[in-house]
Design a protein around this ligand. Structure first.
Ligand SMILES: [Mg+2]
Length: 188
């Protein structure tokens, strides 16, 4: 499964959820598949998608928050698993698109291509609902369950190396922020 197809499968299941998307090609691919004011495209702050998602989930308990993170970014901020597990926000779904490489900077290998298993790390940190999926059918089924459920879920999606040929996000950081804040205001 390519990352583009994984993100497309995820987007097909979403309605009004708030989406925090990891920087680089994941943002570009999400933007090309579908743009929405509910999308927070990260243009920097590598490693912090899951932390931003946690903050949103705690502040907005009535909204479902979806984080699209990457293996390289999450590995920079592994402590986030322990914080998220202990906060245990029922409205957070953390998706890790794991290509075992830093895909936006030339596919330098990451630890998940070696011995590190993010599902097992998450379970050890205390995130009980952690699963690894390797095809679109299992991704869709796991995501549907996570969206229905009133518990925190982690889905590690094993994907192929490769980036889609898509343009940059054609929005300024201010535009991304302001329209996302307007979406948040609708929650209250
Ligand atoms: Mg990666």
């Amino acid at each position: 499964m390519k990352r583009f197809d994984a993100i497309k499968s995820i987007v097909e299941e979403l309605t009004d959820e708030l989406v925090v998307c990891n920087l680089g090609y994941p943002c570009r691919e999400l933007f090309a598949i579908k743009d929405s004011p509910t999308h927070f495209y990260m243009l920097g702050s590598m490693g912090l998608a899951s932390s931003i998602g946690l903050g949103l989930a705690l502040a907005l308990p009535k909204r479902k928050i979806i984080v699209l993170d990457g293996d390289g970014s999450l590995l920079m901020n592994l402590g986030s698993f322990a914080t998220i597990a202990n906060q245990n926000p029922s409205n957070l779904v953390l998706v890790v698109l794991d290509n075992e490489a830093h895909g936006s900077t030339g596919f330098q290998p990451t630890a998940t291509g070696g011995l590190t298993d993010l599902e097992r790390v998450a379970k050890g940190a205390g995130i009980a609902n952690s699963i690894t999926v390797k095809n679109k059918k299992n991704l869709k089924n796991s995501l549907k369950k996570a969206l229905r459920d009133k518990q925190m879920h982690l889905i590690v999606v094993k994907i192929e190396k490769g980036n889609a040929n898509v343009p940059h996000v054609n929005l300024s950081p201010i535009e991304i922020k302001n329209r996302f804040i307007n979406e948040i205001k609708k929650s209250k």
